[in-house]
Design a protein around this ligand. Sequence first.
Ligand code: CA
Length: 227
Amino acid sequence: MRVLIVEDEVDLARGIERALREEGFVCDLAFDGDEGLYKAKAWEYDAILLDLLLPGCDGRTLLRKLRAEKPTPVLVLTAIDGTEDKVELLDSGADDYLVKPFELAELLARLKALIRRAAHAPNPILEWGEIQLDTAARTVKKGDQPIPLPPKEYALLEFLALRRGSVVSRTTIYEHLYSEDDETLSNVLDVYVANLRRKLGRPVIETRRGEGYQIGALPAKSEQSPE
Ligand code: CA
């Protein structure tokens, strides 16, 4: 999962980035609103963490301009604490907000919940066939057997599992699994897919030639959003 952090307090932004990387996210950073808006429009992020008081384009303006074009989930980081402001934030297109100072653990929990909601998978446990993937604990089991996965293999499996029933193109996978600073060769993806098939069973990930990859079954009814 790829997240954009728009925050002008460099130490805070770097701290969040470190915490997210430890959880297997890839992050891009923007230290002012103009850079943030540019990146938010240019790339497909799984979520954006948005500070409100920013040099250049302020957070509210960024949110308004982004919403005119894209539904990327946005978690606002705000120093304000008034009820009206919160209502206004949610009305203006923020998906959630967190009042500074916050605990990184809460930030991570809310961020994961936001990404699951966007994928219409409110349950943190994704199950299909014999496979069980816990998006909160970041663990995978096949039957009763825990299957330890390196971070990128886990990230690929989770990304596909949250989009079950859809073909996901290689370009989309690259956009969501790598930050702008990563430099990789395109055949690395084939290696991850081959590794996952070896560990979890060949049918777990289907190749749609010329289109991309797919985890076959649609989510079970009970896992779909009750909204
Ligand atoms: Ca700020």
